[in-house]
Design a binder for this molecule. Sequence first.
Ligand code: PEP
Length: 251
Amino acid sequence: MSRRPLIAGNWKMHLTVAEAVQLAKALAETARNCPDRDVLIAPPFTALAAVCTAVAKSTLLVAAQNVAWEVQGAFTGEISPTMLTDLGIAWAIVGHSERRQIFGESSAMINRRIHGALGNALHPILCIGETLAERESEQTFTVLQQQIQEGLDQVTAEQMRTIVLAYEPVWAIGTGKTATKEQAQEVHAFIRGLLTAMYEKAVADSTRILYGGSVKPDNIDDLMQQADIDGVLVGGAALQVESFSRIICFQ
Ligand code: PEP
């Protein structure tokens, strides 16, 4: 089964509006030259409107870095799914390890965000991943199974068509330590098997599973050659046009 590759950049809490627009325009050009893959950027909330306008005529996809579950109300500091769709945004990252670890987001909260996105025509990118301590104590598969089952609670097979999963081992995020291609492939195959058990083979076969964690120009080609790696979610290397363009143009 061939799945269209998705190369996603998470800009986290970086860039002014002007810097974000400049980088987005340059990446839209890169994406234009690689039409056989999807390219997505997740700017900070402050730059979303300007970036959406700047790349409106391009193929570049724009995501929010998080999304609330309610469409409006007393939720100070949150951004609702309809506020995002109002800007023309169709994607949202949910459950990034920085949200889980620094801001204490639970799997139950992440599941509510997933449903908030799905109920309002947003494609969620659900992030999952184990810590170093969990990997060293051989808890990797147990932790991932729990994160996936809780994150996807009450999500139907039909809704799975719009969801992307991103496996991001916490010990590899921003550390320069990438999972080897064999480690990443082993986990991606496990996740696909879990999706088969939770849904059916057709759902597992069509779901895109991204790898994230210190993806760089020098490891992208090896990662993308793995059978179950359908793309990447990139942090640091997505902030420079040269490095992210090289990642987008993986061979
Ligand atoms: C991320 O933030 O999702 C990430 C993978 O970061 P980095 O590429 O910097 O490890």
